[in-house]
Structure formats: C-alpha cells, structure tokens
Design a protein around this ligand. Sequence first.
Ligand SMILES: [Fe+2]
Length: 349
Amino acid sequence: MIDDLPSERSFLIVDDVDGIREALASYVRANGYPNVVEARNGHEALERLRKHRCFLVLTDLTMPGMGGLELVSHVRRDYPDVDVAVITGHLELEFAIQSLKVGAFDFFKKPFRFEEVLATIHRVVEKQHLQRRSLELERLKERRVADESHLKEFMLALAHIIDMKSRYTRQHSDRVSRIAALMSERIGLSKDEIDRIALGARLHDIGKLAIPDCILDKPGPLTADEYAIMKEHPGRGADLCQPIACLAPVVSAIRWHHENLDGTGYPDGLKGEQIPLDARIVRIADYWDAITSNRSYRSPMDPTAAMAVLEQECENGRLDARLTHVLFDLARAGMLRHAVLLPTEFALA
Ligand SMILES: [Fe+2]
C-alpha cells in the first residue's frame, strides 16, 4: 500500500564501490531528493529497507554477498510499492534483462550519467504519484459505496419507524413491498426489476416523516387542509431519496405512488403511461393493503370486498386494470395470504 508521498520517502543506493555510491548519493541529494540511504550490498540494503520507507532502490548487480539480482527479487516480493532499478556493466547485460523480468523498473549501463538516474527517479516519483492517486480514487469509491449502503439501511430503518409509529400501519411497507414483488414476478420482470420495485415499495411512504403526527394518526377523516398536507408525502419522500445515488432508481415509485391513470392523483397529476410501471404496481399494492388492513377510521375489508373496490377503480379509469387483475390472480391463488403477514387470515369465497 502506498500511504505516504514518494517525496517523504528515501532513495536507496546500493553499490560496493564507495566512490560511485557516495558521488551519486550527493548528486541526488543536491537535486531535490534529500532523503538518500546507502548500502554496500544486498543484505545491507534489506536492512536499510526494514528501517527506512523507500520509494526507489538503485542497485549494482555485482556485489560481494547478496548481489543485485537477488535483491531485486526480495524487494519486489516484500516491498511491492518500492521500485528497483539496476546498474550493470556491459558484460552483465543478460543479468540486467533478467532483473527486468523479475520486476526491475529500469537499468543503467556503466558508464552512466547521473542525469539519467535523476530522470528515472523523476519518472518513478511520477508513476508512484499516479498509483497513489488511483488508489485514493479506489478507496473513495469503496467508501462512497459503503456510505451509500449505510444511507439505504438508514432510510429503510426510518420507513420501518414510520410504520411502527401507528398500530394501524405496522408492517404496512413490508407488506406492500412483498405484494409488489409478487406482482412484478408474476408479470415476468427480471430479478433486478423486482428488487427495485420491492425497495421502492418499502420506502414509498418515507415522506410521511415530514407529516405531523396529528395528521398521520388522526382518528377519522382529514379536513381539506390536513389532506393537502398529507398529499405532500410522496414529493417529500422523493426529495429525501433523490440525492442518495443507490436510491435514485426507486424515486419514481416513491413520488408517483398516489398518481391515478385518469390524472386525478397527486402530486403531479400524471396520466396513463406517464406513470412509470414501478409506481403503478406500488399504487395497487398500497391500495390493497390499505383497505384490507385495520385503520383508525374503519375495519379491514375482506378480500372479496377489496377486489370489488379495486375493480371499480379500474372501471373508473384510475387503476391499471391489467396489473390489478394480476393482484386478483395472486389473491385467488392464496399467494397473498402466504406471502404477507396479514393481520387477519382471510378466506376467499
Ligand atoms: Fe402513501
């Protein structure tokens, strides 16, 4: 892992010839790289690497004790963020090529000019800066994904809290989600589409966070003013989820789950095909659950009566008849009873 800047780390020169080593070290120090460490062979070099954070090792190939080729292998294996370059005599060209094969970044043929070494140091620094930048971007991406998923969990927890606040809506979003998923599956949508619609259904009423409890829990019908406030919840929910990238695909289901095909719904009065499929499915699942479960102002309807109400809504042009009949098929097959924790077990005639 590259955790610090190359400029904060050391350049390690390894050569058993004191004159070359010391002259190169002075030159590099004088040319913008003050942290230079010296070693006379491979063993000393490995010792220096244990004590100093280095960014580049420049090593001679032929040295007493551990030679350069062995050192290159050690460094590449144990210090993957440290680059290595080798210095070679012209009789050792074959070794230089071998060192490239085991991971050396570059090599210099003796006699070499110090400027060439400096140019290579610049290139290594540049390369490591780029690696560091891409690593940081990668980490940022990972963190953003983690943050996003925490935000999603947080929103789901909020949706759950909204349901739990009232004994009449307990598990409402869970049930709507399961019904919507069953409907989506029945019409042959893909797993991704089903998951998206189920998630949108779980969050469909998240905007109720912005609605005062005295309106949400009011026993009996709402006044016109109260109803106007209640009708803000789809838009509020969409606004809440829109900035969270992983929830963007479910915003349409949240915003438009109270739209009617004839344009009489809210908040935007969309008509027909203007209403996305996700929202039309959630609309029907939500409607079904609302009338078949207990509410403060009325008792739950049995499925037969609920089907009659929804059928009427289709005839009035408000609900999508094809999707509503998909729900009826599921109800008749007893699938809603098994898939959903209904407050009362209904038997269909
Ligand atoms: Fe709603």
